[in-house]
Design a protein around this ligand. Sequence first.
Ligand code: NG1
Ligand code: MG
Length: 517
Amino acid sequence: MPASQELVPQTESIAEVYATDNASVASVAPEHQQRWAALVSQFNKTYNHRPDFVARSPGRVNIIGEHIDYSLYDVLPTAVSVDVIMAVKVVPASASGTTIKIANVSPEKFPTREFSVPHDTDIEIDPKKHEWINYFKAGLQGALKFLREHKSDGSLVPTSMEILVDGNVPPGGGISSSAAFVCASALAVMKANNHNVSKQDLLDLAVVSERAVGVYSGGMDQAASIFSKRGYLLYTQFFPQFKAQHVPIPTAAEEITFLMAQSFVTSNKADTAPRHYNLRVAECTLAAVILAKHFGLTLPKDNSSLGYSLRNFQQQLMIKEERLQDPLEYQIDSVIQAVQDLLTQEQGYTREEMAQLLGITVAELESTYLSAFPVQADRFLLRQRALHCFKEARRVLDFTACLAKSSQLDEKRIQYLGQLLNESQESCRTAYDCSAPEVDDICAIARRAGTWGSRLTGAGWGGCTVHMLPQSKVEAVTNALRDEYYLKKFPDISAEKLQQAMVISKPSNGSFLVTGA
Ligand code: NG1
Ligand code: MG
């Protein structure tokens, strides 16, 4: 690990800040202090008393490493300053049961809800019914399961809660409003039930919780939301276990800036997952087991959502070839070669073809790899997906190594970083097929106006883009995007929406709690 990178202590508890005067919460960015004060005062009006604490978790932007977290490859995201803040009053549970009252600062969009929590079974979440409190329920369910497992007799009477939520992460916008919501919810439930949760435990339960909403996500969003540190990127590893390092952004002759631009094309993951997100998870898993079969390898189960990842395949191949000591870059180059030689069908593979390659029946293939969640496809593009994954993993290594080389970046290195971002976008567009014409458009406009590199960030199929550019080009790039994308595509766009469309993303702090507010 380069000396400049700092290992993150995972067992550390979530930071708790004590505020006597809510407006002076040190960890809250000055531009958000008013929002915090407003949350507390509206809580007061809604419930006629002050909250006991506020739990917060931010959205994230992924700088590079797209769609590879669930294949257990390293990624490089960071938290952004938009977040979910949740004011909470703990109410002792009564004999009649545990009740959650949850309101939002925008009740027209997110109506107030009240529900009771069973003491010995899971709460019900219907992923098909889109309800804003589903993500709260997901966090609640994960936290209660954790608390029950940590009680010696497994019993738990969860406390009742009064909650007021304010979230300003754009939903469906590729910067992970969902992870911010689930992490803040789980953290709030833990605190309300008197448990000082560690960052690692919060991560583990938040990742599993979010899957309750029907998406087989990796762990990148929750890791970034929980572990990030202001001013740093978060180098996040998932294999063989989770590990995170804070990576400083080096200085350069011109300050390096990251700009996020929304496409305002939303892809609702809960609806599209069978054809998009979950299908990609299945394709990567099937590529891993089919490659392993070619080499006569038995993959041990790993902690990816379906249990067999491309990273795991790489590891087993290197063990077999006695090359585990090789630099990771060389190892990845070998698995890229393996895909090129062995997964030759450009047109994809049918269920029958994959079952035959694995020496199993189609029914076995479906029950092992395609039944944990719905997947709709006739052909599985194993070659393209695996190539994207391995090459993107390689780009993450190259990008991080370049950042770590020196604390001052020269123009040549900056150009190289930008090139890696552009290559990532090209691979998402073609090999992974997770871009959208609007996203491609935004990237092209931004590059013409002076970014070093531009790409989609998050799951894609719309959503958000991220751009690396010199501070001096911010105005030219935002003007170009305004004139050539937003005003053209949405002629009636409001000034407010236009302002939200493009944000300079400053790497921000991860989750924390504020008490005494
Ligand atoms: P979004 O949809 O942007 O929150 C998703 C996954 C990530 C990761 C990225 C693609 C969830 C919660 N998150 O992010 O784990 O796989 O896509 O890199 O599904
Ligand atoms: Mg999400």
